[in-house]
Design a protein around this ligand. Sequence first.
Ligand SMILES: Cc1cc2nc3c(=O)[nH]c(=O)nc-3n(C[C@H](O)[C@H](O)[C@H](O)COP(=O)(O)OP(=O)(O)OC[C@H]3O[C@@H](n4cnc5c(N)ncnc54)[C@H](O)[C@@H]3O)c2cc1C
Length: 404
Amino acid sequence: MYDVVIIGAGPAGLSAAIACRAWDLHVLVIDEYPKPGGRLLGQLYQEANGEWWNGLEETKKLLKNATDLETEIRCSVSVHHIEKTNLGFCVHTNKGRFNTENLLLATGAAETPAPIPGWTLPGVMSIGAAQVMSNVHRVRVGKKGIVAGINVLSVAIARELQLAGIELHSMVLPAVNSVTKTAGNPKLVMEGLIRVAHLAPSAFLRFGSKFAKADWVRNLAVQFYPSGGVKMWGMPIDIRKAIVQINGIDQVESVTICKVTPDGERIQGSEETISVDFVCIAGGLYPLAELASVIGCPFQYIEELGGHVPVHNEQMETPLEGLFVAGNITGIEGAKVAAAQGTLAGISITRRKLQDVADISDKVVQAMENVKSIRRDAAIQFHPGINEGRAKMEKAFQAYEQVM
Ligand SMILES: Cc1cc2nc3c(=O)[nH]c(=O)nc-3n(C[C@H](O)[C@H](O)[C@H](O)COP(=O)(O)OP(=O)(O)OC[C@H]3O[C@@H](n4cnc5c(N)ncnc54)[C@H](O)[C@@H]3O)c2cc1C
């Protein structure tokens, strides 16, 4: 019987484990990946202050802290079911069952697919897969590629691919279809692009980012978007072009792209063929929250958090007694916020377990403040209305409590 089982050894799960172990709780961390670190393992980008965020180094630091505290971490263990028991929870995995009084879900996020005709050809991959192959496994994903989908994540990963010496022709949109309505709309994409301007400032984007909140400025920016795209690190980012078809017989050989109107409609006759041997598709991220659903946790759909999110309060507690959540399962944000949420969840779990420990409630309040201040200073912000999203969730939790 564990005091807490933590599912997910990313920044949220590891930080929570460290917080719990600091109070000597009996902790087990489980992850289905062969090594701990989660999505942190692939991250590499330069922050506005010029410092580099190196996910591998950050993982090493977290692991050292966890190991110094003799934390039990089991990798290659996949959770497929969770049961509520009289004493807490029973976690079902491919390596047996684990009983625990408290449970923390820190399962992260998954990528939203953006289907394009020809996307089943070898050589087509999600942008996250390209990140893992190049930054984690050190495998070249191809010689020359193109990115379909322009968002905070794809811009950051495209830069990482460039740093790995991989040539990218450009970043364009996926053509609009019933699934890619948002990802293929230049006006909506512009909103996101402005938010990463500080990562690779260009005069055009810097100008735009100052007025990012005004619709008319965004519309103008889309209307007069430079033909040939705006260059970031020498690579064209073109929100007025879209991939309509991926071509090849046994593998990717080329893509057909065309110009699009500010609303994403194809401009007939503007098609051109670009030779590439790989295509990265970037449709965005959503919280990976199935396990919370399996166990009967209520959900709330909040666009600003990335979709359907388990209901939880600011202390990372869900309405199910003993069930906590932290990191991207609660909404899509960067790794620093995920780690801060993990620490907060760890302290909240400790409070539930040890109750009478002096100052523990003060520590919860401090950890909540820490999450907010890290969120305020975050270099990467995936959704513009993250604070509104968090406020909506707090209301949803309160409403749920009143009903109970
Ligand atoms: C493809 C991708 C790329 C990203 N790249 C960046 C980036 O470059 N910069 C950035 O700031 N943010 C990036 N993010 C966002 C990223 O999710 C956060 O930065 C951060 O890693 C979230 O931390 P987390 O601990 O919540 O989840 P994660 O780091 O995703 O860790 C979750 C862990 O849970 C494990 N897990 C999930 N389900 C199960 C299960 N059923 N059984 C066992 N283990 C399970 C996973 O294997 C994973 O290791 C990316 C996200 C994705 C999906």
